[in-house]
Design a protein around this ligand. Structure first.
Ligand code: OFO
Length: 164
């Protein structure tokens, strides 16, 4: 059985994952309207992945005899001025999520909840990957700058992007 304290923290995290999913959906939609097919596909896929993260947490809590609550999500800023702005925000967002996962791990150890500690290891690996990918994309966008041809080719490359 999961403790009240751990359950509360995990519920917060699953709502963050749901927020991430919605945030990336807004980003994907903005990028799609600007005509970047590859980058928008990456963001749509990323949004789906965040939903999977949320589901993982929901199913874990239920398996441990807990009960889940979903928050109403309100994303305040949904308009962007550039691809760079989007990926700066995405990278910052992922760093924030990594911090929260670290914090959750710390609490699971304090509470001696080794089941949750073990469960969270998947998220640790995932965050390493998510930070690396979002930083890689941001670096490329910064490198390309205002070069339209470069952006066109980069967008084309992103169509074949697969997370390792
Ligand atoms: Fe769920 O990893 Fe990104 O936010």
């Amino acid at each position: 059985m999961i403790s009240e304290k751990i359950q509360k923290k995990l519920i917060k995290q699953l709502n963050r994952e749901s927020e991430s999913s919605q945030l990336y959906l807004y980003m994907a939609s903005w990028v799609e309207r600007k005509g970047y097919e590859g980058i928008c596909q990456f963001l749509y896929d990323h949004s789906d992945e965040e939903r999977i993260h949320m589901l993982k947490l929901i199913r874990y809590i239920n398996k441990r005899g807990g009960n889940v609550f979903l928050d109403k999500i309100s994303i305040i800023n949904t308009t962007y001025t550039s691809l760079k702005e989007i990926f700066v925000k995405l990278f910052e967002h992922e760093k924030k999520i990594s911090k929260e996962i670290n914090f959750l791990i710390e609490i699971s150890l304090q509470e001696k909840d080794f089941f949750t500690y073990n469960f969270l290891q998947w998220f640790v690996k995932e965050q390493i990957e998510e930070e690396a990918v979002s930083k890689m994309i941001l670096d490329k966008i910064e490198l390309i700058g205002e070069d339209k041809g470069g952006l066109y080719l980069f967008d084309k490359d992103m169509k074949n992007f697969h997370k390792k």
